[in-house]
Design a binder for this molecule. Structure first.
Ligand code: PFF
Ligand code: NA
Length: 455
């Protein structure tokens, strides 16, 4: 009891700007960049989709990132209470707290399928270390790597063991307090991942069809853009920056008062976008060179990358390191996906951190079975005409996140008082007019367009 009380009064504050940037970038950079971004670009026709995505990041993603970090820092509370406290202070309806509430639900649901994909990385790490890919004696073809991936999906036991291993690692970090848990490890692992991605992109440019990939990614053909793909691009811009899910609000609560929110948001969005684009440049030249379909879906990265690891010098070591770092990138994001629920349980019910993390982990373990089984023993397409895994991804990343993002923007744009904005941004009040403009007009326009697109 007293310990929980102390946790509420003294949140663990990350000292210094760099540490916070690292933690927030650790949350942002994850499976969304390297696994999800390339495959949804592939499924949605390339360039035009990328352009919509980049526009969302710049016009709305960055301002919303500032908003969420600010909401957290101004209240030093979990997402639910942050909205509750600020609506009380600005005399707005207390119902705004449900925006924070839906954000927490969203992060929880995302984590339940995120761990399954992180489990794939873990499995591929083990396979690569054991040399199974590289020492086959004959050249791998995409038929081999495709069959391997299908084999993974077909085995419920393998999926559960791998995802549970990942979940337990997240649990250990969250339970021991994220401040001690991730601060140290992200500092060198994140830069290493970036370096490896660049090397991969260079290798794949030399050995694959770089021009075709470049064209695919960057020359927009708007006739390929459907209404649904616009929705997916907008939703992904939230997903990739860890927005609309309580994560950045919760992390903002741990940011020190003197750091600049604007610069931090720009840095995080910049790093995240660079990683995603580099991942695209690493993967697509191979896709085209090997005659793979850009539309192969969630397996895209796992089917294409082993093809290079087998051929490149030191591919086994390189491949193993790559999947290991993917696992770490997923881990830092996984921690930020569990933290909103745990911080809420801790503060709302005065729970101990360990109990809160334990409860969250056990229930997630059960939830994740639904995603794991939807690849094999329960492959009914019942959620929006998709499997449970795909449907849950769509529901959270595109529907819930869009609602939370829009509501957050309207709350900041129309409910918060000027003094509150001033307090949120501290000494950088110059950015307030731009910020307010984005929250009031750009955000609703974007989302309005999307809702129109969806129906
Ligand atoms: N931004 C993460 C990624 O791109 O992999 C995913 C994510 C993390 C989404 C945390 C939401 C969140 F709250
Ligand atoms: Na991301």
């Amino acid at each position: 009891q007293s310990e929980a009380g102390r946790a509420t009064r003294e949140p663990p504050i990350w000292k210094g700007r760099i540490t916070f940037v690292m933690a927030a970038a650790g949350s942002a950079v994850g499976l969304g960049n390297i696994w999800k971004f390339p495959y949804i670009v592939g499924e949605n026709g390339g360039g035009a989709f990328v352009l919509v995505y980049l526009a969302c990041i710049l016009l709305f993603g960055v301002p919303l990132l500032m908003a969420e970090i600010g909401l957290g820092r101004a209240t030093r509370a979990n997402a639910f209470s942050a909205f509750k406290q600020l609506s009380a202070r600005s005399k707005a309806s207390s119902q705004w707290k449900w925006v924070g509430g839906l954000g927490i639900v969203t992060s929880y649901l995302i984590l339940s399928f995120y761990i399954v994909v992180a489990g794939w990385c873990l499995y591929y790490f083990v396979v690569t270390v054991s040399g199974d890919f590289t020492q086959s004696g004959q050249t791998l073809t995409q038929a081999d790597t495709g069959a391997r991936f299908d084999g993974v999906l077909a085995s419920p036991v393998l999926l559960i063991v791998a995802s549970t291993t990942f979940l337990l690692t997240v649990f250990l970090i969250v339970a021991s307090g994220i401040k001690n848990g991730i601060e140290k490890s992200v500092n060198w692992m994140m830069p290493s991942l970036m370096v490896m991605l660049v090397l991969l992109a260079i290798y794949s440019a030399q050995n694959g069809m770089f021009m075709k990939a470049f064209d695919f990614l960057f020359s927009p053909d708007f006739s390929k853009l459907t209404l649904e793909s616009v929705l997916i691009a907008v939703g992904h811009s939230f997903f990739t920056l860890s927005l609309a899910s309580g994560s950045m609000v919760t992390y903002g609560a741990y940011m020190n008062d003197s750091a600049s929110i604007g610069k931090t948001a720009l840095a995080v969005a910049g790093i995240d976008t660079m990683v995603a684009l580099t991942a695209g440049l690493a993967i697509f030249p191979l896709i085209f060179a090997h005659g793979l379909e850009p539309t192969s879906g969630p397996g895209l990265m796992f089917i294409s990358l082993p093809l290079i690891f087998e051929q490149m010098p030191f591919g086994q070591i390189f491949g193993a390191a790559f999947f290991f770092l993917m696992f770490i990138a997923a881990l830092t994001s996984g921690v930020s996906l569990m933290e909103p629920t745990v911080a809420w349980l801790e503060q709302q019910f005065s729970m101990k951190r360990l109990s809160a993390a334990f409860l969250t982990t056990v229930s997630l373990c059960a939830m994740s079975l639904l995603s794991a089984f939807s690849f094999n023993i329960w492959d009914a397409k019942w959620l929006f005409g998709m499997s449970f895994f795909d449907g849950l991804d769509f529901l959270t990343a595109n529907v819930f996140m869009t609602i939370v993002a829009l509501a957050t923007a309207l709350f900041c744009g129309y409910c918060l008082k000027p003094e509150q904005l001033q307090q949120m941004f501290g000494h950088q009040s110059r950015i307030i007019p731009v910020f307010t403009f984005s929250m009031r007009f750009v955000a609703p326009a974007f989302v309005g367009l999307m809702v129109y697109a969806a129906f």
